[in-house]
Design a protein. Structure first.
Length: 239
């Protein structure tokens, strides 16, 4: 395991130290990352970079930061999230929401779809429709929900539901950033639909100090499957 201290100029030109974890990880709770700074000029934030075994960026990976030893903040009513259907595909392919969030499923295609899920956290079915014919579906249990269409077998989408208020998905560069994170210790949970079915969730602890940035670079050991939107392999549904 190797750590690199890199000085950065942030917060009105006050040096900030970043401790970057550079280690191939996939097993739960490998080490920790502590970030600290000498400044009162900016909020604490966390950046996570995810790459595969060959060092390539992993977009659309789920990242959840859960505070350790702190009660989960109560959830205020959230604006409904959207899982659209465009070009016979779910858009976005991966959606992360907090427990209790309602999700609308508009159909922006010119063909009809019939959306369903057999996943235990939320089993539901939206009968054949075009446009926005159905009311929102509320996802009230944490867990992974795999979506399908009874008409188009190649359509597969994912909704990841979490109790934590700190979550998101990586961008095309494999990056996810949370700004204004309260200082403390967090457990990062990483998931991607391209991971093999029986692979455990990747977990990593990170400690964020006052007014600083923690940067964690996570490299997944497992060989990733093709992206769900480009694969006809039915095994992509097996979560």
């Amino acid at each position: 395991m190797r750590y690199e201290l890199q000085p950065r100029m942030r917060c009105k030109s006050v040096p900030v130290l970043e401790i970057m974890l550079r280690n191939a990880i996939f097993l739960p709770l490998l080490g920790s990352v502590t970030a600290f700074a000498f400044s009162d000029g900016c909020a604490a934030d966390l950046m996570v970079e995810i790459s595969d075994a060959r060092g390539r960026s992993v977009p659309d990976a789920v990242v959840v930061a859960t505070a350790i030893g702190v009660a989960t903040p109560s959830a205020s009513p959230a604006k409904a999230a959207v899982m659209d259907q465009v070009g016979k595909a779910f858009v976005p392919n991966v959606l992360v929401v907090r427990t209790g969030t309602a999700v609308v499923f508009p159909n922006s295609d010119t063909v009809a779809h019939q959306v369903y899920s057999f996943s235990q956290p939320k089993r539901f079915e939206l009968p054949l429709y075009r446009g926005q014919a159905h009311p929102p579906v509320t996802f009230d249990q944490p867990g992974l929900i795999v979506l399908g269409c009874n008409i188009h077998d190649s359509m597969v989408g994912y909704i990841y539901v979490t109790d934590s208020p700190y979550f998101g998905t990586t961008d095309e560069r494999g990056l996810w950033t949370m700004n204004g994170l309260p200082p403390g210790e967090y457990e990062l949970t990483i998931w991607s639909p391209r991971l093999p079915r029986d692979t455990a969730l990747a977990k990593q602890r990170v400690t964020v100090g006052d007014h600083a940035r923690a940067v964690a670079e996570l490299r997944l050991k497992e060989t990733l499957r093709p992206a769900a939107g480009t694969s006809q392999d039915a095994r992509i549904r097996e979560y």
